[in-house]
Design a protein around this ligand. Structure first.
Ligand code: ADE
Length: 415
């Protein structure tokens, strides 16, 4: 078995972390039980490009329990938990991931996974699927799945330009993913990431959230919950209005730049904070990104106006501008929750990764019947994951009566 990780001797610590995650992912463990019995993925080769965390380990072990062979690489050069990667190698998983990969290492690992001719590709950001298309390594591919908003946007662009050559399930867009992982998961873990690397006091701070999709909404809500003064910047009028009615201050980013203490980008777009913003910021302002790629805070712009850069704390770089002001970039502009912390809590990844596992089964069951386009998660899978989560939480809900069901299905009954 081939693999490349930082140090296999770290496996003991990784094993404990995975055990902890397994205790907090009851739905995925239920899926694992089912998979262990039925072996629905028997012999399926899965290539996964995901953040190599304890939660991903629980997913990978579940896929393996279902009979799959899994090849894993990282979806971000800085998010790999090296002890978890080592523990997975001990489990017989081919892992090609370590924290601190260079760009060449990163793409080498992706190519190494593609060499195994995966039939199903699990992606987080679409680098695996995009690279498979660019390198024409799709011969045995049956389908793919995408975990995050940025990846879905990329894959829809591939579909629109006619370049997508496999069916892909947009796991990100399922209700039981987006409403919980993106909102609560990103909200809590991003603030946690900021706090962990800076140890600042958030109450009273002006926290500027750029982007008010599900992730931005979660971040702003959490920031306000701890007593921060929240400002939201948006380009979409509907989202901006929602932010306003949610009680946040809304203003253009150039104005927010003048007053913010902490800036957190969550747009999925590039050049959200640029030279123009930096030139207006107060000394001491902190810059963090919660979007998938490190393009939201323009690091080239920041470098171009700085006379000195130094690492002042773990995951914090101090940029001293020509005029003496100091700006602090967290996590090198990469995902602050995964670089400075452990990513989303296991409880919420339980939903996302149960969807991933069940969607692999769906892709295999529908092999050859799907077109090369981006599919939504089937409704029954989406609902089943939510139902299982409620069940594991011990929460019961009502059922529609037959009469109510009929009423909802009929258009004839009015006042
Ligand atoms: N994305 C966000 N949080 C994550 C986690 N804990 N594991 C894997 N992917 C993630």
């Amino acid at each position: 078995m081939d693999y490349r990780v930082k140090d296999t001797k770290l496996a003991g610590g990784g094993r404990l972390r995975i055990e902890w995650a397994e205790r907090h992912m009851p739905v995925l463990m239920r899926v694992r039980e089912e998979f262990s019995k039925g072996k629905p993925l028997s012999g399926v080769r899965i290539g996964a490009c995901l953040h190599v965390t304890k939660e991903t380990a629980v997913l990978v072990r579940t896929l393996k329990a279902g009979g799959a062979e899994v090849y894993l690489c990282a979806s971000n050069p800085l998010s790999t938990q090296d002890d978890v990667a080592a523990a997975l190698v001990e489990d017989g998983i081919s892992v090609f991931a370590w924290r601190g990969e260079s760009s060449d290492d990163y793409y080498w690992s992706i190519s190494r996974v593609l060499e195994e001719k995966p039939q199903v590709m699990l992606d987080d950001g679409a680098d695996l699927i995009a690279t498979a298309h660019v390198k024409d390594m799709l011969d045995e591919a049956i389908g793919g799945q995408e975990e995050t908003t940025t990846g879905v946007i990329r894959l829809k662009a591939m579909e629109k330009s006619g370049d997508l050559r496999i069916p892909v399930v947009a796991v990100n867009d399922a209700s039981s993913k987006r409403l919980f992982d993106n909102y609560y998961g990103t909200g809590e873990s991003s603030l946690h990431g900021v706090l962990r690397c800076t140890n600042i006091l958030l109450p009273g701070k002006k926290v500027v959230v750029l982007g008010y999709g599900h992730c931005g909404q979660g971040i702003a809500k959490m920031a306000r919950a701890v007593g921060a003064h929240t400002i939201v910047c948006e380009v979409d009028p509907i989202k901006a209005l929602k932010a306003y009615y949610d009680g946040h201050e809304v203003m253009p980013s150039l104005r927010a730049a003048e007053i913010g203490d902490v800036f957190i980008t969550a747009t999925g777009c590039k050049d959200v904070l640029t030279r123009e913003h930096f030139m207006r910021m107060r000394s001491g302002a902190m810059l963090a990104n919660a979007g998938h790629f490190n393009v939201e805070v323009s690091i080239p712009d920041l470098k171009s106006i700085s006379r000195r850069v130094r690492k002042i704390r773990e995951n914090v770089e101090e940029y001293e501008l020509e005029d003496g002001r100091k700006l602090y970039l967290l996590a090198e502009g990469r995902l602050v929750n995964l670089v400075c912390g452990e990513g989303h809590p296991s409880e919420v990844m339980d939903l996302s990764f149960s969807l991933q596992a069940l969607c692999v089964k769906y892709l295999m069951e529908n092999r050859g019947e799907l077109e090369s386009r981006v599919y939504n998660v089937p409704d029954e899978v989406d609902r089943r994951v939510a139902e299982l989560k409620l069940e594991t939480l011990g929460v019961e809900i009502d059922k529609l009566t037959e009469e109510q069901q009929k009423y909802l299905e009929s258009w004839k009954l009015g006042t």
